[in-house]
Design a protein around this ligand. Structure first.
Ligand code: 1PR
Length: 514
C-alpha cells in the first residue's frame, strides 16, 4: 500500500490495541504511530483507541502535549475516529474516579451506568444501535449488533450524536460532526460489520451514502466457543476436551484427546458466528520462559484474523521460569494482552485471593485479580469458578450456601456462591461458571447452580459445562440471568453448529447476534 494509505494511530501505551492494529492491516492499510504531538497535526486520518482509565489517559495526553494537538486537529474538522475511551475523552468531564476534566470538545459529562436496579455493569456484549443521523461510517449497520465493553457512558448532547444504544437507559453509541467520528463500541471486535465501519472511515469512497435504519436492541445473549488447549505427549499444542475434566482417551495408551489445532479451530468458530472465543491453557507451562509460551503464539496468530473478543486463561499467577527468572501475575497477564487477548481468566489464584479475603475481610490489593483489574480495568478480568457437587445431609453441617434438591432431603454445599461474591468485590468483571459434574456430559447446564450465582452478583455470568443440544442454550437463558453460554464439546464434535444454536435462540425470542 502507498504512503497515503497510512493511518495514524494514537496509542499512548495503556493497553492492548493489537486487535485494532490487526484490523487496520487486515483492511490493507499501513499504520503510522504517533510519537510526538506534531504527528497528530500532520495526520491524514487519525484513529484514537482509548484504553485504561479516564484520568490516567488525560494525564498522559496533557503531559505529552498531545491533548492540545488533538483539540487543534479535531477543531479543524480533520478525519478522526475515536474508539471507546477515545469517545469519552472528547467530553467535558467524566465521573470515573472523578470528576476528571476531559478534552472538552463536546459539552456534557460521562457518567457510570446505574447498577442499583440489578443492571450488570460493566456493559459487556453485543447490542444493536439506533441511527439518529447520517454519519457515513454506519451505513451497513442495519440491525447488526456491535460489541461494547465499558462501565461509563454519556447521554448528553444531541448535537453530535449519530446513534444511541439501550442499556438500562439510552446512551450515546456514536457521535459525528463533519469528519470527526467517535464510537463507544469496538469496531475492531465487532466482526464483519465492525470491519465495514472501519473501512468506511479509512476509505470514505467505500461509503454507500445510504442512511442506515438501525434499531436499538436488548443486550444480546452471547454464545462462546471454548478451546481447552494443552500440550499432548509429543509436546504439540492441541485442542482437547475432557469428561468431567479428564482429557485422556479411555484406551490403553491414555493419550490426550486431540480435537484439532487451536488457531484453525478459533478461525472456524469466528466464521461460524461465535460471539467470543475462550482459550483455556490447561497444561502447566510453568517451566517455560514467559516469552516462549506457545499460547502467546496461538493468540498472536488468532488475533490476526479473528475480530471478536478473545479470552485466555490458565496459569495466570506469579511464577519463576526454568532460568530462575521471576514473573509477577501482572507481567504474565500483560504479555497475554500484548499478544492479542482482550480478557484474561483466573482460576486457582482467584480462589486463594478470595479465601484470604473471606478470612481477613481485608482487601490487600496484592492478589493477581486485584492488580490486573486495577491496571487493565475489571472488564478485562474474568474469574473462572470450577465447582464440584457435594451432597450433604443437613445444610447446617456446612458453612456454605446450599441448594435443596430431592424434596429437600439432601443439600449441596456451594462454596461457589461465597467465591463468586468475594471475587466480585475484589474486582472481577465477569464470572465464568463451570461445573465439573456437567463438563462434557451433554446433559445440559447446571441450572440451579447458574441461577444461584447469576442472581447473587451484578457482574455478568458466563454459564459453562454440559451443553449437548440447542434447547440447553435457551433453557439456561430462560431460567437464569446468565449473560452468555459457553460450550466446547458440542462444537468440537460438530454435532451442532453455532449458527443452529443462534437460530434456535432467535426462534425462542431471545436476542442474539446473527
Ligand atoms: O487455575 O488459573 O490455572 O486456570 C485453569 C483453568 O483451566 C480454569 O479456568 C479451569 O476451568 C480450566 N481447567 C483446568 N483443568 C481443566 C480440564 O478440563 N482438565 N478445563 C480445565 C476447563 C471446562 C470448560 C469446558 C466447559 C464446557 N474446562 O472450559 O470447556 O466445561 O465443556 P462442554 O461444553 O463440553 O461441557 P488456573
Amino acid at each position: 500500500s502507498s504512503s497515503d494509505s497510512a493511518v495514524t494511530l494514537l496509542d499512548y501505551g495503556a493497553g492492548n490495541v493489537r486487535s485494532l492494529r490487526n484490523a487496520i492491516r487486515y483492511l490493507g492499510f499501513d499504520i503510522k504511530d504517533v510519537q510526538k504531538p506534531e504527528d497528530i497535526l500532520s495526520a491524514n486520518r487519525l484513529v484514537f483507541p482509548g484504553v485504561g482509565a479516564f484520568a490516567a489517559a488525560m494525564e498522559v495526553l496533557e503531559q505529552s502535549g498531545m491533548a492540545e494537538a488533538l483539540c487543534t486537529y479535531i477543531e479543524s474538522d480533520r478525519p478522526f475516529l475515536g474508539i471507546c475511551l477515545g469517545l469519552q475523552l472528547l467530553f467535558e468531564s467524566s465521573e470515573e474516579n472523578g470528576p476528571v476534566k476531559g478534552l472538552g470538545l463536546i459539552p456534557g459529562v460521562v457518567g457510570r451506568f446505574d447498577s442499583s436496579n440489578g443492571l450488570a455493569v460493566p456493559h459487556i456484549g453485543w447490542n444493536a444501535v439506533q441511527i439518529i443521523k447520517d454519519s457515513g461510517i454506519l451505513d451497513d449497520i442495519g440491525r447488526h449488533h456491535v460489541y461494547f465493553v465499558h462501565s461509563y457512558r454519556s447521554d448528553a448532547n444531541w448535537d453530535w450524536v449519530s446513534s444511541v444504544c439501550n442499556y438500562g437507559d439510552s446512551f450515546i453509541s456514536s457521535i459525528t460532526r463533519g469528519n470527526v467520528h467517535a464510537v463507544q463500541f469496538h469496531p475492531e471486535k465487532s466482526g464483519d460489520v465492525g470491519l465495514s465501519i472501519l473501512r468506511k472511515f479509512l476509505d470514505p469512497s467505500s461509503s454507500s451514502k445510504k442512511l442506515a435504519h438501525g434499531k436499538a436492541s436488548q443486550l444480546a445473549k452471547r454464545v462462546i466457543a471454548c478451546l481447552d488447549v494443552r500440550a499432548n505427549d509429543k509436546g504439540d499444542l492441541v485442542v482437547t476436551k475432557g469428561d468431567q475434566y479428564d482429557v485422556r482417551e479411555h484406551s490403553d495408551e491414555h493419550q490426550v484427546r486431540n480435537l484439532g489445532k487451536p488457531v484453525e479451530l478459533a478461525g472456524q468458530y469466528y466464521k461460524d458466528g461465535a460471539d467470543e472465543i475462550s482459550f483455556l491453557n490447561i497444561t502447566g507451562f510453568r517451566d517455560f520462559p514467559l516469552g516462549d509460551l506457545p499460547m502467546l503464539q496461538v493468540l498472536r496468530y488468532t488475533s490476526e484474523n479473528v475480530f471478536v473478543p478473545l479470552t485466555v486463561g490458565g496459569g495466570i499467577r506469579d511464577f519463576t521460569d526454568e532460568n530462575g527468572r521471576y514473573y509477577s501475575s501482572l507481567e504474565v497477564a500483560s504479555e497475554y494482552f500484548r499478544s492479542g487477548a482482550d480478557k484474561i481468566s483466573i482460576g486457582s489464584d482467584a480462589v486463594f485471593a478470595a479465601e484470604e479475603y473471606l478470612k481477613t475481610g481485608v482487601k490487600t490489593g496484592k492478589s493477581s485479580l486485584e492488580q490486573i483489574s486495577r491496571v487493565y480495568g475489571n472488564q478485562a478480568v474474568v474469574v473462572s469458578i470450577d465447582p464440584r457437587r457435594v451432597y450433604i445431609r443437613n445444610p447446617n453441617d456446612v458453612k456454605f450456601k446450599t441448594i435443596k434438591i430431592n424434596g429437600g432431603r439432601e443439600g449441596r454445599p456451594i462454596g461457589a456462591y461465597e467465591l463468586a461474591k468475594a471475587v466480585e468485590e475484589l474486582g472481577a468483571g465477569e464470572i465464568l461458571l463451570n461445573c465439573i459434574d456437567c463438563d462434557g456430559q451433554g446433559q445440559g447446564f447446571d441450572i440451579d447452580l447458574i441461577k444461584l450465582i447469576s442472581d447473587a452478583v451484578t457482574i455478568p455470568v458466563i454459564a459453562s459445562s454440559g451443553a449437548g443440544a440447542v434447547q440447553h442454550f435457551s433453557d439456561v437463558f430462560q431460567k437464569t440471568s446468565a449473560s452468555a453460554a459457553l460450550a466446547a464439546g458440542i462444537f468440537h464434535r460438530k454435532e451442532v453448529p453455532i449458527s443452529s444454536v443462534k437460530e434456535h435462540l432467535l426462534r425462542e425470542g431471545i436476542e442474539v447476534r446473527m
